[in-house]
Structure formats: C-alpha cells, structure tokens
Design a protein around this ligand. Structure first.
Ligand code: HEC
Ligand code: HEC
Length: 251
C-alpha cells in the first residue's frame, strides 16, 4: 500500500515538472522553428541577406533598397515574388504553400519592413519611368536593339556588348542566371550600387558622361534592347564549344 502511494506521488512530481532529460528548452525549440521568427531585421537576416545584402544592397542580385526601384514596384509584386520566387533563377520560393518556410504573415512583415526601413527619396522623374514589371516576352526589334545598344550602352559594355569597363550583358552564362524581368529592371533603374545609370542616364542623381547628349530611353527602345539582349540566350549555356563543333579526338 505504501509502495503504491509512493509511485503515485512520484508520478505527480514528474507531471508538475516541465523539464525532463533530453527535452528541448523553449529557445531550442524556436531555433528549429522558423515560423516563430518575427521583426523585419530578424526575418531579413535569416531569409534574404545572404543573397540581397544586409542593408538590401551589395548582394548577388540588384539593390532592393534603391528608392527608384521601390517606387516602381507594388506591394503585390513584392509579395508574389517573395512567395513564388523567380523560376529559372536563384531567387527561391519562400511561401509555405510553395515548399518554403516563410509564413504569409512573415512575408507581409518583410514587405512592410522593406518599405519602412528603406526610405530614400526617388528621383523627380520616377512617375514618368517606363514600367519596370513586364512579365511578357520582349516584343521589340532585335536589329533596332543592337543599334540602341551601340549608342547607349557600348561606352561601358563595349561595342556589341562584348564587355569593357562593365561586363557583357549578352554573355550566355550571365543570361542563364538572369530573368527577362531582371534585365528590364536593370535597364529602367540601373544598378546604383555598382555604377550602372538608370533609363534617364543618371547615376545616384547625377548624369553619367557616357550618356551625355542622349535622350532618356523610351519604352520602345527598352523593348528593342530586351529583344536583342535576350536573343543571345542559348540552350546549353557556358559550353566552350568552338563554332566548328566538338573537334576533340574520340568525340
Ligand atoms: C539564394 C539567393 C536568394 C535568396 C535567399 C533571396 N533572393 Fe531574392 N533574388 C535573388 C536573385 C538571384 C534575384 C534576381 C533573379 C532574376 O530575376 O534574375 C532576386 C530577385 C528578388 C527581387 C526582385 C524582383 C524584381 O525583379 O522586381 C525581390 C523583390 C527579391 N528577390 C526579394 C527577396 C526577399 C525579400 C528575400 C528573402 C525573403 C529573398 N529575395 C531571398 C536571389 C535570392
Ligand atoms: C556608365 C556606364 C554604363 C552604361 C552607360 C550602361 N551600363 Fe550596364 N552596367 C554598368 C556597370 C558598372 C554594371 C555592373 C558591373 C558589371 O556588370 O560588369 C552594369 C551592369 C549591367 C547589367 C547586369 C546587371 C546585374 O545585376 O548583373 C545589365 C543587364 C546591363 N548593365 C545592361 C545595360 C544596358 C542595356 C545599357 C544601355 C541601355 C547599359 N547597361 C548601360 C555600367 C553601365
């Protein structure tokens, strides 16, 4: 009888105590539970900064803290991009419904945080900018695109885009990593972090000498540029095959 009473008392003690050897503590549980992370800085650091930089710039992809870019994209666009990723590029889908581990509530927090943490003033012509979001395939004229390129872009990217002080935007390995959308965003907003001017020819508010005397790019010119640049996409990028085919012995 006494023994039964002791067992019952022991069980009661065990039930009252929240900790048992091997049971993770609250912080340990949260470490493996990405849904418990909140606050823009925490969410950004865990999910985005590796590719987009701690402050939204100097990442592998375009600067997202750029005020012109910010003024041209809607919250819906940002939410959709973060949720679904950009197919065919390194930008992953984050939504739980797409196999990611960022909840819809956290994605909302990230988008709100991108707006409230990065508050630079867009240039006065932002409202006249050509659209940055264009999910259609380029409709421009390839030959006209080359002419525009050799007028507007070659001073930095080399005649026919072979590369000069800036790299080649028609390199097929570059194109394999970049979506049409990213190329359009680059032409409209430039890359203020690395020295590429926007559609007006300005870099961080000042005209660049290489675009002196040239009118701002029109939407038609941008479509033509897109058509010419993306015409360099190939089926098997990065292959160093000679134009005579593979001449190595034994092939
Ligand atoms: C593994 C690297 C990687 C991670 C992680 C990543 N991104 Fe990206 N992101 C990219 C790349 C690369 C692009 C450009 C892709 C393209 O369109 O060519 C991009 C593009 C974007 C764009 C631009 C879309 C446009 O064209 O307007 C946004 C916005 C964006 N990412 C937000 C985020 C946010 C927010 C996070 C974190 C929740 C994140 N990304 C995490 C690599 C990444
Ligand atoms: C004043 C010099 C300058 C001019 C003019 C210029 N660019 Fe650039 N561009 C750059 C620099 C610098 C970079 C970044 C470094 C690199 O890619 O080598 C860049 C990068 C790019 C990229 C790659 C962006 C990325 O995120 O990797 C594309 C695409 C591009 N430029 C297209 C163009 C087109 C199209 C034009 C003409 C409308 C143009 N550029 C005009 C300097 C310029």
């Amino acid at each position: 009888m006494i023994r039964v009473a002791l067992v019952i008392a022991n069980l009661a003690l065990l039930a009252a105590c929240d900790w048992m050897p091997g049971k993770p503590t609250a912080p340990e549980i949260n470490r493996g539970n990405p849904a418990s992370i909140h606050g823009f800085t925490n969410l950004w650091n865990v999910n985005c900064q590796g590719c987009h930089g701690e402050t939204g710039m100097w990442g592998a992809a375009r600067p997202l803290n750029d005020p012109l870019y910010q003024s041209l994209v809607t919250d819906e666009w940002l939410t959709g991009t973060i949720s679904n990723g950009i197919p065919g590029t390194l930008m992953p889908a984050h939504a739980v419904s797409m196999g990611g581990h960022v909840t819809d509530e956290q994605i909302k927090e990230i988008v709100e945080g991108m707006r409230t943490h990065w508050t630079g003033t867009p240039p006065s012509y932002a409202a006249q900018s050509p659209a940055i979001i264009n999910v259609k395939a380029p409709t421009g004229n390839v030959a006209a695109g080359l002419v525009t390129f050799n007028t507007y872009c070659s001073p930095c990217h080399g005649e026919n885009g072979v590369g000069a002080m800036a790299g080649s935007p028609v390199d097929n390995s570059f194109l394999a990593l970049a979506s049409d959308q990213m190329i359009r965003a680059t032409i409209v907003c430039g890359r203020p972090d690395v020295g590429m001017p926007d559609w007006q020819g300005n870099l961080n508010g000042k005209p660049v000498p290489q675009r002196e005397g040239l009118a701002p790019l029109s939407n038609t010119q941008i479509e033509d540029l897109m058509a010419w640049i993306t015409s360099h996409r190939v089926a098997f990028p990065g292959q160093p095959y000679s134009k005579d085919g593979n001449t190595s012995p034994g092939f």
